[in-house]
Design a protein around this ligand. Structure first.
Ligand code: ASP
Length: 305
């Protein structure tokens, strides 16, 4: 198989002044994942590497620099799913993990369960000798300032101007045809402590089935959950790749259709990236912008406008 990779840095109203930073972050993530895939490495390693880059970049709402909850703390969710086995590893509401996607991978590979939350997830991380961090280390000055403004008045996008970015994700296919999808987020600003959105939920913020495709979503979590958006998109991919009229842009059509269902039935906005089972990329969003990057079929890197 020809390897394939697509990443995103969230769908939202990314302001003009932040567009270039988001684009550069997505490109770095793409480079990190592609360096692995192009030398024959695994899709799982590529998804993890790409998402770690995005989690470490404070401009995105994942890992360091995530939005703060009502208590002023970072609370992280992540998932990674294997399209071959349909097994996922997911963690939610963790506060002491710098790279939750690494912990999600440990759950995928070394845990009998598929999802761990809060303190139990952090205990599992320690057992797996995954390096933890102090909660304050995940908080950036920009987010603290935005949170202070949101608390003083009320939550408003304007308080996040310039760094109003979002959830991150990646979908990869390696030379052996293994398909992996992953998503990582700090969730929404001023969320209630303990709130978990779509991102770490199998079928909502992420899904992978090697017989259909792999998907990572972003946007308004409560709406995405209503329509189980990642699984909805995977089902659309399954249908289109099974039908006789499969065309080059069936992946794009499936992505657009999922976003249409999100608007119509979920009454929400958001976006998604995907690879179909042949590794063809697709993306769509209903927000003003979405940050994304992918390797096109001719091998060149394409980044969002
Ligand atoms: N979907 C994420 C959540 O609701 C946030 C986002 O993608 O903007 O937690």
């Amino acid at each position: 198989m020809k390897p394939a990779l697509i990443v995103h840095g969230g769908a939202w109203d990314i302001p003009d002044e932040a567009v270039e930073t988001c684009r550069a972050g997505c490109r770095r993530a793409l480079e990190a994942g592609w360096a692995i895939l192009s030398r024959g490495g695994s899709a799982l390693d590529a998804v993890e590497a790409a998402i770690v880059v995005l989690e470490d970049d404070p401009v995105f709402d994942a890992g360091t620099g995530s939005h703060l909850n009502l208590d002023g703390r970072v609370e992280l969710d992540a998932i990674v799913m294997d399209g071959g086995t349909l097994r996922a590893g997911a963690v939610a509401a963790v506060q002491r993990i710098r790279n939750p996607i690494r912990l999600a991978r440990k759950v995928l590979e070394r845990c009998e369960h598929m999802m761990l939350v809060g303190e139990g997830a952090e205990r599992f991380a320690a057992e797996q000798e995954l390096e933890g961090c102090e909660p304050e280390e995940l908080v950036t000055e920009a987010e603290r300032l935005a949170w202070t403004r949101c608390r003083g008045e009320r939550h408003a996008a304007a308080h996040h101007r310039g760094h109003q970015q979002d959830t991150v994700g990646a979908v990869a296919m390696d030379r052996d045809g293994r398909l992996i999808a992953g998503t990582s987020t700090g969730g929404t600003c001023c969320k209630l402590p303990g709130r978990v959105g779509d991102s770490p939920l199998i079928g909502c913020g992420c899904y992978a089935d090697a017989q259909a495709g792999g998907v990572s979503c972003t946007g308004w979590g409560e709406a995405i959950m209503k329509i189980v958006m990642a699984k909805t998109a995977a089902d659309l991919l399954r249908r289109s790749t099974n039908s006789a009229e499969t065309s080059g842009d069936s992946a794009m059509q499936a992505a657009r259709e999922a976003v249409r269902v999100l608007a119509e039935r979920g009454r929400g906005t958001g976006g998604l990236i995907l690879l179909d089972r042949e590794g063809r990329p697709g993306y769509a969003f209903s927000t003003p912008r979405m940050a994304y990057a992918y390797v096109s079929t001719d091998g060149s890197f394409v980044t969002s406008a």
